[in-house]
Design a protein around this ligand. Structure first.
Ligand SMILES: Nc1ncnc2c1ncn2[C@@H]1O[C@H](COP(=O)(O)OP(=O)(O)OP(=O)(O)O)[C@@H](O)[C@H]1O
Ligand SMILES: [Mg+2]
Length: 504
């Protein structure tokens, strides 16, 4: 075999590439290369530069200096179109589909098959079906994308990438929104893509996943590449140390003891909402952290939104602090001491074009406003600043728009906002999704602190370890009903999974 300095399978390489946004150096002198047929994972804390690296490959951003080569030739990717021409495509951290268009439209967008100047729908459909067939990924092509589950929407994004004859695919946290069995399916697909010669760039905060699936791992810290190594040389601990520069120690704080005489803070009776959840009854005591486990789509988030006043239940009632609580709207719930960290930061949580300050304080403006003096900006600023510090948000100014924060830091804004209200009842729906390990530890500590001072927490999570590590007691939901209640040492992975998958 011929020997050469660079690996002949190298598809894309970076040599001392720099990228900054204003004063933020998102990527500094980064040298790394990606090979055909290999899964190359990128790990690092929130804001380390992972998505930026991915976006440079995809032409979403262009590099400031340094060299990017594709097939050994220097290129300048000034748009995603440039990248697609080289076969470089991506599955983004936030899905970017057109919800009002059909599956086939979304997959074929920009690549419709034409006859002369006209788009041929029949040919386009045939091509899409052929791609589905080739990869064994089937979704009804006539359905509207907005009506699909998150996992299916993601498949549409993947099919769209495959439809462009991708040679390299960037997956930016593809499993953050998936249930564990869906994640397994995705892993199989990624492996088979690599086997057939595609280069895969895989960004994830799930270190077990990265260790299981990748061939190579590059570690980023503050925009710099710390190292690239073969996956077999890394362990979970070596990655954590490399990412954070320290040993994180125990991820979960000790569970605070609950005073056995403590009162019930929230009582839910027979809460029902058509087609979402049915006859849900439970209590949470002061100081208690109640987990809700179950598969995505089992009605957990819908239940949370009903309690929080986002969508009215059809029947049933709730009591707060021993008194009947009429669910009106979110403002009323907030006034009565509730706060919620919603599941999806884009759809339910953040105004991306507004500042970090506004996003954090928005629900509580009344608190900072007096009838005579108007809005007390200083007080607002200092409380927001404190909350952002506690939740370790990496930002370059409270006035900056939230859209410029990294994905994980956007997630933390939702937690910072909820924590601002010093809630008596915190409803947290997948609060650590896409958040790095150091920030996870902080979020668990904040939950534990609330419990210690006698507040109650309802924690919805698809991460079984998180439920086991944090909750005193957990309910498992399946198809809109509570199918199991587990306490203390009964909360195990197998007990949760068995209940979640149980058929009635
Ligand atoms: N369009 C942009 N404008 C301004 N700053 C940006 C922009 N995109 C990224 N940044 C900044 O660049 C840095 C790196 O962000 P990046 O999104 O690459 O992080 P990440 O490693 O993907 O983090 P996460 O795990 O949270 O997704 C962050 O400080 C971020 O705020
Ligand atoms: Mg990112």
């Amino acid at each position: 075999m011929e020997k050469s300095n660079s690996n002949s399978n190298t598809l894309v390489s970076f040599e001392k590439v720099n990228k900054s946004f204003g004063a933020t150096n998102a990527l500094i002198k980064c040298s790394v290369s990606f090979e055909a047929g290999k899964i190359h994972a990128l790990v690092g804390e929130n804001g380390a530069g992972k998505s930026t690296l991915g976006k440079l490959i995809l032409g979403v951003h262009s590099h400031d200096s340094g060299i990017i080569k594709v097939d050994g030739n220097e290129v300048f990717l000034s748009s995603p179109r440039d990248a697609v021409k080289h076969g470089l495509v991506g599955i983004s951290q936030e899905l970017s589909l057109l919800p009002d268009r059909t599956v086939v439209d979304n997959i074929a967008i920009g690549r419709e098959t034409t006859i002369g100047p006209f788009v041929s729908s029949k040919k386009t459909l045939e091509k899409v079906l052929a791609v589905m067939e080739e990869y064994g990924l089937f979704i009804d092509p006539t359905k509207l994308v907005g009506s699909l589950s998150v996992a299916d929407q993601q498949k549409v994004e993947i099919l769209r990438a495959l439809n462009t004859n991708a040679r390299l695919i960037v997956f930016d946290e593809p499993t953050a929104r998936l249930a564990s069995h869906q994640a397994d399916q995705l892993h199989d697909l990624v492996r088979s893509l690599a086997k057939s010669g595609t280069a895969v760039v895989y960004i994830s905060h799930f270190l077990e996943e990265v260790l299981k699936i990748s061939d190579t791992i590059s570690l980023l810290r503050n925009g710099e590449k710390v190292r690239t190594d073969s996956t077999s040389k890394e362990t979970k601990n070596s990655l954590i140390e490399g990412m954070t520069g320290r040993d994180v120690g125990n991820l979960f704080p000790n569970k605070p003891a609950i005073d056995p005489t403590s009162e019930v803070l929230l009582r839910v009776r027979n809460l029902t909402r058509e087609n979402e959840f049915k006859d849900i009854s439970f209590e949470i005591k002061k100081g208690e952290i109640l987990g809700i486990a179950g598969l995505v789509g089992s009605g957990r988030s819908e239940l949370a939104h009903a309690i929080y006043g986002n969508r009215a239940p059809d029947s049933g009632s709730i009591e707060l602090y021993g008194k009947e609580f009429i669910i009106k709207d979110v403002a009323h719930s907030i006034k009565n001491g509730m706060a919620m960290v919603p599941e999806s930061r884009r759809d339910q949580g953040l105004l991306l074009e507004r500042s970090l300050l506004e996003n954090t304080s928005l629900p509580y403006l009344e608190k900072f406003t007096s009838w005579i003096y108007g809005l007390n900006k200083e007080e607002e600023y200092s409380e927001v600043d404190e909350s952002c510090k506690t939740t370790m948000i990496k930002h370059s100014g409270l006035e900056k728009e939230v859209q410029y924060l990294s994905g994980g830091n956007q997630q933390k804004v939702l937690f910072a906002r909820a924590a601002m209200n010093k809630p008596k009842l915190l409803i947290a729906d997948e609060p650590t999704r896409g958040v790095d390990i150091g920030a996870k530890q902080v979020i668990y500590e904040l939950i534990s602190q609330l419990s210690k001072v006698g507040e109650a927490v309802l924690l919805i999570s698809s991460e079984v370890e998180e439920i086991i590590g944090v909750a005193h007691r957990t309910l498992v939901m399946s198809r809109g009903k509570v199918v199991a209640e587990l306490k203390g040492s009964q909360i195990t992975k197998s007990a949760i999974m068995e209940a979640a998958f149980k058929q009635d």
